[in-house]
Write a protein that binds this ligand. Structure first.
Ligand code: DAH
Length: 366
């Protein structure tokens, strides 16, 4: 370090250095195109590590006879830089404010929809679409009451007096219990009502609301919807059932693989579950513990509904000659179908009545 009384010509506080610092600060200030850029310039030219701040610090170590003039020079230079910074800050801020106001401009004259039109509930819309798939093939829509005779809901469907589904824990019985009236637990009693009232052959679907003493959680609601199908004609086989279900699956989900898997229902023999290929992993998660699929529990398939060949005992209960006629039936949950089709993760959203849910699902459209 040079002695204070014989300064080197390029000391930080000498005239030439200070002028250079001012010139480079002013050039940088003028070049800054935004307040953000100017912030960096301020740090470089007016910050604690800037050339002028260092010069100021060096002045403190000078001999008294040099300190006064050097201090005044550095002080004036810092003032000049600070003033230039403040002026540029004002200019840039004004430009930025103008740009922001232009960008955030709101046209208050635009019309406002104070009463937007409603939306069909996605479940209602989907029930209609499900029905339409069959109406297009010439089937009919059948309906039945939601308050149903236990005989229609159970006995005629070959569900004996001790069938577990009849327990009060699953079924909502209506007082007085001796009257044997229940809130229907499925749409299957409409099969019975139809066979008892319509001429053969029968090709019907029944979309409707059903009731169970069930939990209220993401995958269960106590009041939900099913669609039931029933065909009774001469020569009906399991092949016709698979064809009808594949057609429905394609109409609902596009190109999707289906399978029927043996199961048990009292009202069909043989009985099956209809499964859809998992629409998330498409089977890739099967036997792959490192890449499990939560949607299908790594099964590759998801259960959609139940089906089967109508049990001759059910045909007999309705006075249909099982020697001449045979039939198939199926039933599936509409809420479940909506969950798969529109990736609606929580069934509770379907009953809470928030219009945003209906709008998001565009009334159930795909
Ligand atoms: N009723 C059944 C249920 O609620 C669903 C069902 C299964 C309907 C098989 C059918 C069928 O028509 O054949 O779980």
């Amino acid at each position: 370090m040079s002695a204070p009384d014989s300064p080197a010509p390029d000391s930080a506080w000498d005239d030439a250095s200070v002028e250079r610092s001012i010139a480079s600060a002013e050039a940088a200030i003028a070049a800054a195109q935004s307040t953000a850029e100017l912030k960096a310039v301020r740090l470089a030219h007016d910050g604690p590590k800037s050339a002028l701040a260092l010069a100021n610090r060096a002045v403190g170590g000078l001999a008294p006879q040099l300190r006064r003039a050097a201090g005044a020079r550095v002080g004036a230079a810092r003032h000049r830089v600070a003033t230039a910074l403040a002026e540029r800050q004002d200019q840039l801020q004004a430009v930025e404010l103008t740009a922001q106001l232009a960008a955030e401009r709101v046209d208050v004259t635009l019309p406002v929809d104070l009463a937007p039109p409603g939306q069909p509930h996605p479940i209602s819309a989907l029930m209609e679409q499900l029905g339409d798939v069959f109406v297009a093939m010439g089937w009919e829509i059948a309906e039945g009451p939601e308050l149903e005779a236990a005989w229609m809901n159970f006995d005629a469907l070959n569900m004996g007096p001790h069938h577990p589904a009849r327990a009060t824990s699953d079924t909502l019985f209506v007082d007085p219990v001796e009257h044997n009236l229940v809130m229907r637990t499925h749409t299957s009693p409409v099969q019975i009502r139809t066979m008892l009232s319509r001429p053969l052959p029968i090709y019907i679907v029944c979309p409707g609301q059903v009731y169970r003493a069930d939990e209220f959680d993401a995958t269960h609601v106590p009041v939900f919807h099913q669609i039931e199908g029933l065909v009774v004609d001469r020569g009906i086989t399991l092949g016709h059932l698979k064809g009808a279900l594949d057609h429905l699956a394609r109409a609902m989900f596009g190109q999707v693989r289906t399978r029927i898997r043996p199961s048990y229902f009292p009202f069909t023999e043989p009985s099956a579950e209809i499964d859809l290929e998992c629409f998330v992993c498409h089977g890739a998660s099967v036997d792959q513990p490192d890449a499990p699929c939560r949607t299908c529990s790594s099964e590759g398939w998801i259960e959609w509904g139940g089906c089967g060949v109508v049990n001759p005992r059910v045909l007999a209960a309705c006075g249909v000659d099982a020697e001449v006629y045979s039939g198939f039936a199926f039933g599936m949950g509409v809420e479940r179908t909506l969950m798969f089709r529109n990736a609606a993760a929580d069934m509770r959203d379907m009953v809470e009545g928030d219009i945003r849910f209906s709008r998001a699902l565009k009334g159930g459209a795909r």
